[in-house]
Design a protein. Structure first.
Lengths: 402, 97
């Protein structure tokens, strides 16, 4: 019988790691990831996992050790946040470029400076072009289930691409929720044994990994890597369906959840924990007879452009909520992707972008409701208040009532 | 990698992996150096210090004796000459290429 436990998001992901039982885990503490690895260290100390836990001196080393272990043929994991992810930057590219199916939970946190330890998506959004698959989670349950599925996705022979599973710092990582932890035996069966494509510890088949790769083949290897991540959407759906069949679990393991989107005229696209509050606002709008809907994006990399364009094909006005800024770009990273996805499609909704929640700035029901009110006006007037606006920001002449 | 030169990227091993061992031997690194070691067998005392220290395994040994330098792989780092203990003249001195 699955257990219903009161767990933080970090603890829930640590339970997933316990059930995955990776051969090697290398870690360095950083808020808000720290309690995740503390919980996992408990499992190691109590003999509940076989993992070799390597305590390193920085995140650069944590990812390096994980890459080394995975290349040797061991299933390896680490976890991090914010500046820790930034310090891993160089090695993120090695993990994806060497096609090592590492799974890394990331408790999303704002990047310095000014220094801030609270939640936003600046860290993983900055790493969006490092060749990793990015799965976002709305709550502790989804973080747990995404972590289990990520192993299967990453290790699929057509994919062989590392996966980041994100959970919003503090809101999910430290908030206690009821989480359904599935039984060890079926989870272990679902996750399966790791069969490495190459291993450095096979004297019968010696290989060199990490050799110099100049202009004659580097480009070719990079396009081959692209084929790997582009093969992942099919696998993500297959793995999600198998998970649903095996465990029941949540309703949506697709690229995104389309909530009340069938006849929606006003749509908000959102990532992570804010989807929970947005769903409440949609319910409230629907009760008032307003055709509101929500798209909760689960898979950000690779980006489901065609599917998003299709989901928005009957929408009159759409707002993208971004919990990070692409400085000097067209608003936030998700906004850029969605706008790009719509090019060439017709009709397309009127679009607006709201940046919110940076450095843990609260996002409340009334802020999200104000977005739908703006969309309602935009659908009537055919014009948005602002191409890029801000929610709950102290500013002169706010477009949004605070 | 010569066997892949005419083909497409789909035929390459994943991730730039080289699927055979000992391929460094086929790679000419001897052209990198500015200086090259010059070996004098008449001064050499067969201490094998150069053989131990050479980072590129470029000290040639035949019949249990150092007989010369493999200039196809030697990068001209000069460690062999630095470590050579013979005095007053070293058995390996660095010369211009």
């Amino acid at each position: 019988m699955p257990q219903i436990l009161a767990l933080t998001g970090n603890d829930a992901v640590a339970y997933a790691m316990k059930q995955i039982n990776p051969d090697v885990v290398a870690a360095y503490p950083i808020t808000p990831q720290t309690s995740l690895m503390q919980k996992f260290a408990d499992f190691v100390a109590d003999g509940e996992v076989d993992s070799e836990l390597v305590l390193v001196e920085s995140e650069h080393s944590a990812m390096s050790a994980t890459v080394g272990a995975q290349a040797a043929g061991a299933r390896s994991m680490t976890a991090t946040s914010a500046c820790g992810l930034a310090l891993m930057w160089e090695i993120l590219g090695l993990a994806s470029g060497y096609r090592l199916p590492i799974v890394m939970p990331v408790a999303n946190r704002a990047l310095s400076g000014p220094i801030n330890i609270q939640g936003d998506h600046s860290d993983t959004m900055g790493a969006r072009d490092c060749g990793w698959i990015h799965l976002f989670s709305e709550n502790a349950q989804e973080a747990y289930e995404n972590t289990l599925q990520a192993v299967r996705i990453a290790e699929h022979p057509n994919v062989l691409t590392p996966v980041m599973v994100t959970l919003d710092g503090f809101i999910i990582s430290h908030g206690v929720e009821t989480v359904k932890i599935y039984d060890d035996a079926p989870v272990k069966k679902f996750v399966g044994e790791y069969q490495p494509h190459y291993t450095l510890l096979d004297p019968k088949h010696p290989i060199t990994l990490g050799a110099m790769d100049f202009s004659d083949f580097y480009f070719e290897h990079k396009v081959s890597q692209l084929d790997g991540i582009n093969a992942s959407p099919k696998v993500i759906l297959e793995v999600g369906r198998e998970f649903q069949k095996t465990f029941g679990g949540m309703e949506c393991y697709e690229f995104f959840e389309a909530y009340q989107m069938d006849d929606a005229e006003l749509a908000v696209i959102v990532l992570g924990s804010t989807a929970g509050a947005t769903r409440m606002v949609v319910d409230d709008m629907r009760a008032r007879g307003i055709a509101a809907g929500m798209i909760k994006l689960r898979m950000f990399r690779p980006f489901p452009s065609e599917e998003i364009a299709k989901a928005l094909s009957r929408v009159k006005a759409c707002a993208v909520l971004d919990r990070s800024i692409a400085y000097g770009g067209d608003g936030g990273p998700v906004h850029i992707e969605v706008r790009s996805a719509l090019y060439g499609h017709s009709p397309v909704p009127i679009m607006t972008n709201y940046i919110y929640g940076l450095g843990g700035k609260p996002i409340d029901i009334e802020h999200i409701a104000s977005v739908y009110e703006d969309l309602k006006d935009a659908a009537i007037t055919g014009r948005v208040k602002r191409r890029i606006g801000y929610l709950n920001l102290k500013e002169n002449g706010p477009a949004i009532p605070v | 990698m010569k066997k892949y030169l005419g083909g497409t990227y789909q035929r390459l091993p994943l991730a730039g992996v080289i699927e055979e061992a000992g391929t460094a031997e086929k790679y000419e690194t001897g052209s990198w150096g500015t200086f090259k070691p010059v070996f004098n067998p008449e001064i050499c005392i067969q201490c094998f210090f150069c053989w131990v220290y050479c980072p590129d395994s470029a000290i040639m040994v035949e019949g249990g004796e150092v007989v010369g330098i493999d200039l196809y792989h030697c990068k001209g780092c000069g460690i062999c000459s630095h470590e050579c203990p013979t005095k007053p003249v070293k058995a390996i001195v660095m010369g211009k290429k």
